[in-house]
Write a protein that binds this ligand. Structure first.
Ligand code: FE
Length: 229
């Protein structure tokens, strides 16, 4: 069985939000899809260990923010590689509260959806929440980010809790520019040939020449958390 065959399924990059009373949370997901058009029903797959899972389970509502290609790795890392059990992810984020009470981001968002859970499917590590759409808005007429774009162009990675996570083979070719370095916290790979556009690091910049205060664009870890591939 070649699990890389699964890489050929297309996905987007989304922030899924929910709330319990006044507490808000959100996480990154790539498995969101429309199930029916009449009535409009959507579904999302969420890891049972995530706080967002608990929030959707309790409140019965969830929001989906469809991110644009311009969304910085930092935003995706903020929602994707940190837990709402440790930080308030919405503290420094600009958002509005939607009809269902869930937070909806305004920046880097192409469209927002809100749904009320009508059914759940147990999928071992994950639960698929099936929800009837209660609101949908187009926020910005930009191109949505696909998972392939996040992976190939932006250099983003999947956390282990993602439904599409596949362990990667770490054997990479060595290059004269010092080679690639991997963040031990989130798995982001710094590629000297790509630089780090979010921090205005133009390619080619070897890892060793990055400024001392440079941090992982995905999870914010310092240079010392990186290991050579
Ligand atoms: Fe990182």
């Amino acid at each position: 069985m070649n699990l890389k065959a699964l890489y050929n399924i297309s996905y987007g990059v989304y922030i899924i939000t929910s709330k319990v009373n006044e507490r808000l949370n959100g996480q990154i997901a790539n498995t969101v899809f429309q199930v029916t058009s009449e009535p409009p029903i959507i579904a999302v797959s969420i890891n049972k260990q995530n706080l967002t899972y608990e929030f959707i389970e309790k409140s019965g509502v969830f929001g989906v923010l469809i991110l644009s290609k311009e969304a910085p790795l930092k935003l995706i890392g903020h929602f994707g590689f940190q837990s709402g059990r440790e930080i308030d992810k919405f503290e420094d984020i600009s958002y509005i509260i939607g009809k269902t009470g869930v937070p909806l981001l305004k920046n880097y968002t192409v469209a927002s959806l809100e749904a009320k859970v009508i059914n759940t499917v147990n999928a071992v590590t994950h639960t698929i929440f099936i929800g009837k759409l209660v609101n949908a808005e187009i926020i910005d007429n930009k191109e949505p980010m696909t998972y392939a774009y996040y992976h190939e162009i932006k250099g983003g990675r999947s956390p282990k809790a993602a439904p599409t996570y596949i362990e990667e083979n770490e054997t990479k070719k060595k290059k004269s520019n010092g080679g690639k370095y991997k963040c031990k916290i989130c798995g982001y790979v710094y590629d000297p040939e790509k630089g780090d556009p979010d921090s205005n690091i133009a390619p080619p910049t070897p890892f060793k020449e990055l400024p001392d205060d440079w941090v992982c664009p995905v999870c914010g870890a310092g240079k010392e958390e990186f290991e050579k591939l």
